[in-house]
Design a protein around this ligand. Structure first.
Ligand SMILES: [Ca+2]
Ligand SMILES: [Ca+2]
Ligand SMILES: [Ca+2]
Ligand SMILES: [Ca+2]
Length: 691
């Protein structure tokens, strides 16, 4: 193990030092929580590369802004030298009083690139930081109730003890954010499994919790007598890592782990039933839903009391609520589609049945919203859906469509009464097993993703993004793709993904006079489809950013992120990728050769490769070539080493479909380490296939 790690270390760091374009990979923020309505200072630490010259912090959320401390002028970076190694940077973080509570993502812009996603937790309690060197209960660090303690499980066998005073009958809630903040850290070999325990001053354990929200503990504790208590945070296996930062909330305020109902109509204020200490600490809780539909988090209010935020689904669909008993098809709660259903798998082996009238051939979409890792949805339910036809036969089933949430589309084979059943996959149940079930007709639609999630280009340089479309429920049309909010001097080519393709290419280009800057951008897909009456309906969706992550062991991991970003940097390793053609017309069966010359940036003399698809270790992540057109590997020269001249041969096979002006490009890749590489694109080459 140790020798393997040493090998990794030896391989990675020389490579990182010799490329100038490596981007900072954020590991953790300390403290990892910031209080709403305050301005505070945090330190962000990164690995592999440098935060030298950090000049801007990008947030994709309202109410949180940050800037590096002290606000420095743009550095005079010598383009011939790698950026000086700066492993951490201080930020001033300003959080508005009405900022959304919970996790916010950010990126730090430096002159040589933008960072991977960093995370910070917005809380509404005072933040205190762990004091170093406390690892025994007798030295427990005093903290106030309520507060949020920020620390790290920084080494193996680290146990952090905090002490606090409490009164008999006080209901305290403890919540840890730790493991949930680790899936976006590059090359994190192992993840924390945090555990908390509450002790009296004699050291007797009074309560403990391990996994509440995924691996992170949440604990409600009723104080037995006036006095002093201790709470300990550690890893369940006594492991540790310098990057394992946590935020431990200790609060006597009303706490809502979950809320029933989860589904609320747009703009409505409804009576709400919290699960957690709020149920005991207040009456007549209400929640006021946002004016826009979607999954969100919200505080419950009762007179002057306010809870933490819990997840809800804001919807425009008419709502139904389950009525127990509904454990058999005969007892099914009647619903009318389209609608949303609020329910709960309230006890072990609870089955919830709903009955509805369906029409032959009119497809129906059912989707559970309860528990999705990496989102705010944290119900305890691991849902399973089954649909029964009028004859009682199961015609559709699903367990995991989206995270742990079940979802399916089915087309009724006959008119009649259908039944949908929801249950917990493992037959568990309880107050926290809340769900919202969306029941709607399956409408033609699409989703869109953009890979990768960031562009880092010097003035005069280009890179490529691969927009990928998934069409659903019979939508078959073309999808137009646009990019909004680009930095000054940055442009992308027009793109419409034709009906017979699922992906398309965006070349992001910085003009020769573009200044160093970074912005959060939006990639928007739009299309038109006829409704049932044949009238055109506009479909518009923002692309999900595909964040690349360097996985332990060397894979190109990917996860869905919210923030697509562009930065204009100091000169890139590759200044320009020149191609001999920017428009090609192929007949089926024909080949064409494109000569390529790579113009290197100042000081960059390392190996480069060429490619048309986005590939890594034999896996294709993006391919802009039209159907039937391929890159002929044997005839292309793509491994340039320290050379600069190669070529690409494209071939249209005999059955290639006709197409007009499909954008492709040639990318030249520079390896940052053996997993992460950065692509530099040629200008767009427009491909037409014509018989
Ligand atoms: Ca610690
Ligand atoms: Ca745990
Ligand atoms: Ca139920
Ligand atoms: Ca039931």
């Amino acid at each position: 193990m140790r020798s393997a790690f040493a090998f990794l270390f030896a391989v990675l760091f020389p490579a990182a030092a010799s490329a100038q374009t490596s981007f900072p990979m954020v590991t953790y923020t300390s403290p990892i929580a910031v209080q709403r309505g305050t301005t505070s200072e945090v330190t962000v630490t990164c690995q592999t590369s440098s935060l030298a010259g950090a000049y801007k912090v990008l947030f994709d959320s309202v109410g949180v802004t940050a800037a590096p401390v002290p606000a420095k002028e743009l550095p005079k970076v010598d383009p011939k030298l790698p950026a000086p190694n700066v492993a951490s940077v201080k930020l001033t973080v300003i959080v508005a009083a009405d900022a959304r509570l919970g996790v916010h993502e950010f990126r730090i812009a430096t002159a040589h690139g933008i960072s991977s996603l960093g995370q910070i937790v917005v809380v509404d309690l005072p933040v205190v930081q762990e004091l170093p060197g406390i690892n025994v209960p007798e030295k427990a660090q005093p903290v106030a109730v309520p507060s949020v303690v920020c620390g790290r499980i920084e080494i193996a066998e680290n146990v952090d003890y905090y002490k606090f005073s409490a009164k008999a009958g006080q209901i305290l809630t403890f919540e840890v954010f730790c493991a949930r903040l680790q899936d976006k850290i590059h090359d994190l070999q192992k993840h924390a499994d945090p555990l908390i325990a509450v002790y009296d001053t004699a050291g007797k354990e009074l309560a403990a919790a391990d996994d509440g929200y995924f691996a992170d503990p949440v604990l409600t504790f009723t104080v037995p007598a006036d006095g002093e208590y201790r709470v300990a945070v550690r890893d369940a296996k006594y492991d540790g890592d310098p990057r394992w930062a946590y935020a431990l909330t200790i609060t006597d305020k009303p706490y809502a782990a979950h809320v029933f109902p989860m589904g609320v109509n747009v703009g409505q204020t409804v009576k709400a039933f919290p699960i957690g200490s709020a149920a005991k600490l207040g009456n007549d809780w209400k929640l006021a839903a946002a004016a826009v539909p979607g999954v969100t988090t919200i505080s419950l209010r009762a007179n002057a009391l306010e809870t933490n935020t819990a997840p809800i689904v804001v919807t425009e669909l008419p709502l139904f609520e389950e009525k127990e008993p509904n454990d058999t098809p005969k007892q099914a709660t009647r619903i009318v589609l389209p609608c949303g259903v609020n329910g709960r798998i309230g006890v072990k082996r609870d089955l919830d049945h709903f009955v509805f009238t369906a029409t032959k051939g009119k497809a129906i979409r059912l989707e559970v919203f309860a528990r999705r890792f990496g989102t705010v949805l944290r119900s305890q339910l691991d849902s399973q859906l089954d649909v029964m036809a009028p004859d009682g036969k199961v015609v559709a089933s699903n367990d995991d469509l989206n995270g742990k949430d079940a979802g399916l589309v089915f087309t009724p084979a006959a008119d009649g009464e259908y039944i949908v059943r929801i249950r917990d996959l493992n037959n568990k149940g309880g107050d926290g097993f809340v769900y919202f079930l969306e029941c709607d007709f399956a409408r033609p639609d699409f989703t869109i993703k953009c890979d990768p999630s960031k562009a880092m280009i010097g003035a005069g340089t280009k890179t490529a993004w691969y927009a990928q479309v998934t069409r659903t429920n019979g939508f078959t049309g073309p999808v137009k793709v646009e990019v909004r909010d680009l930095p000054a001097g940055v442009t992308v080519n027009p793109l419409t993904i034709p009906a017979n393709m699922t992906q398309g290419l965006l070349v992001v280009s910085a003009a020769e006079d573009a200044k160093v800057d970074a912005t959060v951008v939006k990639v928007i897909g739009s299309a038109e489809t006829p409704d049932a009456a044949g009238k055109p309906v506009q479909l518009v969706h923002e692309a999900i950013a595909v964040e690349e992550i360097y996985m332990p062991g060397g894979g190109r991991g990917r996860f869905d992120a919210g923030m697509q970003a562009v930065s204009v940097t100091t000169p890139s390793d590759i200044a320009h990728v020149k191609v001999s053609k920017n428009r090609i017309v192929l007949k089926p069966g024909e080949e064409v050769k494109i000569d390529v010359e790579v113009l290197r940036g100042p000081g960059y003399d390392k190996a480069v490769t060429l490619d048309v698809p986005l590939r890594h270790l034999g896996s294709v992540f993006g391919n802009p070539l039209p159907p039937g057109v391929t890159m002929v590997e044997g005839k292309s020269k793509t491994l340039l080493g320290t050379g600069s001249v190669g070529h690409i041969v494209l071939k249209a096979d005999a059955t290639a479909a006709e197409c007009t002006d499909v954008p492709i490009c040639v990318q030249s890749f520079v390896a940052i380490n053996f997993v992460v590489k950065i692509g530099y694109a040629s200008e767009v080459i427009w491909v037409t296939v014509k018989k």
